[in-house]
Design a protein around this ligand. Sequence first.
Ligand SMILES: [Fe+2]
Length: 186
Amino acid sequence: MLNNEPKLLKDVLLYENGHIRRTKHILMVHSLTKSIGSEEGLTLEQQQIVQSAAILHDIAIKKCKRKYNDASIEKQKLECIPVAKKFLKACNYVPSYTEKILNLIYHHHDYGAYKGIEHQVLIEADLIVNCLENRNHKEKAADVAIHFHTRTGKELLHKLMETKEFPAFNTLCDTVQETDDMHSIY
Ligand SMILES: [Fe+2]
């Protein structure tokens, strides 16, 4: 199977070896990328490319922590391409897809440089999840709002900014609190 996204997701989760925070982050960014991309009218090919980039967007963090004890953006840019290439090759990605996916991964922190709708969708999905993972999610959402340009991303972010104070998303998942406030973020 060419461009095998289901295998890519499985392979990356296995690589993360049960690391809870990164596993949750990958699953959430992948899911949100799919939703925002679809709502924004991406083609099937664009969807496949950006969803695959979402799975791989933070793939360099593990290696950077081991190699440098530093997963800064600069270090991730040094390491992300060769690591991501191995995963894409194992999942039979064609060269045209691979090139675009690697480009999205490399630039996913470059908020000011618009590189197409797929790039924007990935940025917004990642930033929304980062907000959900932050205890001060409302302040974080307000800080990153300037980077949002799609109708769907803005809608989701503004809903997050309107919510009452509640524990960050990870804490909610861990404690399984069923409150009305909790449902406001779904
Ligand atoms: Fe991320």
